[in-house]
Design a protein around this ligand. Structure first.
Ligand SMILES: Nc1ncnc2c1ncn2[C@@H]1O[C@H](COP(=O)(O)OP(=O)(O)O)[C@@H](O)[C@H]1O
Ligand SMILES: [Mg+2]
Ligand SMILES: [Zn+2]
Length: 287
């Protein structure tokens, strides 16, 4: 340290303490390990450890330390550990937000929460989120088939599961079935998009939500792709949620003699736990 008189030190420390009080910085806790003296940075007590992080990279707002400058003054410097941690967290949050955006959840479903669901149904969903599968009456399922009338909250429920799964570190893709079919059709007609890439994205997503499965009248090739995705996911026991206005036997009836549609329904029935949502049309209530 440069030579300064004790009087100078006193007055500087007083200023520093005032500044720390103003900034609501807590003094260093005793008992922290003092591993090294940090770039000549210190607290007013001459402690080399940052009052906020000690030496760990943990807090959101950087602590401040003081550095002596030539001529005997001090400047306030944000703790480099805290700053590094803050930057890392920001980067992490940005990546997380981008990942969340990529999941394709509708804007109004972003706050959907399992807490808002009927208790029994919520516990099934929670089990699914935790284990990536559900058990019911001695049978195991790799997903849920959520069905019920328009407006009972199927999309909301699926989104709530997706949000909970995301918080558990399991991202996924949310798509309406019509959008997925359009996606496949787009890949078919666009030479720059490989069908295999589009398929791969849906097949390998850690969680896939197919919203609003009905009896899509579409060309056989497009439906075949949908079948491929569902078949792959169920065969490989990959967490999948399908919502529909119709129960499975209704879908089976509508499929009539269409082989692909029948195969799709058969896969859904074989691997997803049917869960009916009942209640009033929430849209009518809200609107
Ligand atoms: N459990 C819930 N808590 C709060 N709002 C809900 C809940 N379920 C549905 N909603 C709201 O009710 C409306 C209809 O729900 P939605 O999930 O779109 O129904 P469905 O997909 O069955 O037609 C939406 O505005 C949705 O946000
Ligand atoms: Mg819906
Ligand atoms: Zn720090």
């Amino acid at each position: 340290m440069a030579k300064i008189t004790s009087k100078q030190v006193d007055s500087v420390q007083k200023r520093i303490r005032k500044e720390m009080e103003r900034l609501d910085i807590q003094p260093t806790q005793s008992g922290q390990t003092r591993s090294r003296s940090d770039l000549g940075l210190m607290t007013p007590d001459g402690d080399p450890l940052c009052p906020v992080c000690g030496d760990e990279v943990t807090h959101t707002n950087p602590g401040f330390l003081f550095q002596e400058v030539k001529g005997g003054g001090f400047i306030r410097v944000p703790c480099p550990h805290c700053l590094a941690g803050k930057r890392e967290r920001e980067q992490h949050n940005i990546r997380r937000a981008a990942l969340y955006d990529d999941m394709g959840l509708p804007e109004q479903s972003r706050l959907a929460s399992l807490d808002d669901l009927d208790k029994r149904f919520a516990s099934i969903c929670a089990q699914f989120v935790q284990h990536g599968q559900v058990e019911s009456r001695g049978r195991k399922f790799c997903g849920l088939f959520i069905f019920g009338d328009v407006g009972v909250g199927k999309t909301y429920a699926a989104a709530a599961v997706m949000n909970a799964a995301f918080h558990q570190g399991m991202p996924g893709i949310f798509t309406r079935v019509v959008d997925l079919l359009n996606d496949m059709r787009g890949a078919y007609y666009n030479d720059n998009i490989q069908v295999a890439d589009v398929l791969d994205r849906y097949m390998t997503a850690p969680l896939l939500v197919l919203d609003d499965y009905g009896t899509q009248r579409d060309n056989a090739w497009v439906l075949e792709q949908l079948y491929t995705i569902i078949d792959y996911r169920t065969a490989n026991w990959m967490p999948t949620i399908v919502t529909s206005n119709y129960p499975l036997d209704g879908l089976r009836r509508q499929a009539d003699t269409d082989i692909i549609l029948l195969r799709i329904v058969s896969r859904l029935a074989g691997s997803l736990l049917p869960a009916e949502l009942r209640g009033p049309d929430r849209r009518m209530q809200n609107g």
